[in-house]
Design a protein around this ligand. Structure first.
Ligand code: URA
Length: 248
């Protein structure tokens, strides 16, 4: 009982410290027009709704996908969600228990931290797109297997082609390694821009690998949080968005 209370206190303390690191000290709300959610131009609106249609088609295909064994143990597939015209896309590893229950990406503990990071960047979850390498939860949250990544990859690849975000943030080693087709460690990859190549015809997106929010929660140190925040500041600069100043 005493042990449980200490755990709870530790989790609460971590949460409050995280909140003040990512929200309290840095938060500013960027001017809306810098990151338009919907354009008043009717042609662009039509384009956005066509894109939503194709993203919806991918989501429907994902929900009926049975390519991997793990589809048999899922409660819900998690196609990913957000703004079809997002300039910024976050890609994680795979759904966890909360995501599996609700069919939405990043809504558990790691998701709450990701939301805090997005808000600290002066943005909202509605303005970005959030997805994963795997669309089904691996049992017990084990690492994705290579054949599962291969089976699931066409869905994310198509989402990326439709959205064509200017910047992709790869959250953690699995996302970074899959998107960059490398075996390098996340510690080596993070902190600088790489390129995500679509095809010869389409200009590449910038890709910033950073630590996964779940890693950050497990390895809770000022230095790690600072590293992630520095990565996000580079992302904001690349997008031409205001970089919040640390207050106090
Ligand atoms: N971790 C991920 O990588 N993705 C989620 O959606 C949730 C947790």
């Amino acid at each position: 009982m005493a042990e449980q209370q200490t755990d709870l206190k530790k989790v609460l303390k971590q949460h409050l410290e995280m909140e003040s690191f990512f929200v309290g000290d840095f938060s500013i709300k960027g001017p809306e027009e810098l990151f338009p959610v919907a354009s008043p131009d009717p042609n662009t609106q039509q384009e956005a709704s066509d894109m939503t249609l194709s993203l919806d088609t991918i989501a429907a295909t994902v929900r009926s996908c049975t390519k991997c064994e793990i589809s048999g143990s899922r409660l819900n597939a998690v196609p990913g969600q957000g703004n079809p015209k997002a300039r910024l896309m976050f890609v994680g590893e795979a759904p966890g228990a909360d995501e599996d229950k609700q069919g939405l990406a990043f809504i558990g503990r790691a998701g709450k931290l990701l939301t805090e990071i997005i808000i600290a960047m002066g943005l909202s979850r509605d303005e970005v797109f959030i997805g994963n390498i795997l669309k089904c939860r691996p049992p017990g949250n084990r690492d994705p297997k290579l054949d599962e990544i291969d089976n699931c990859w066409p869905y994310l690849k198509r989402q990326l082609e439709i959205i064509q975000p200017e910047v992709i943030v790869a959250l953690g080693a699995h996302a970074a390694r899959t998107l960059l087709d490398t075996k390098d460690a996340i510690g080596k990859l993070r902190g600088r821009f790489h390129e995500y190549k679509f095809s010869d015809e389409v200009p590449p997106s910038k890709l910033m690998p950073t630590y996964h929010p779940a890693y950050l929660l497990r390895n809770y140190s000022y230095d790690n949080r600072k590293r992630v925040w520095e990565d996000m500041m580079k992302v904001l600069k690349e997008l031409g968005l205001p970089v919040p100043k640390k207050r106090g």
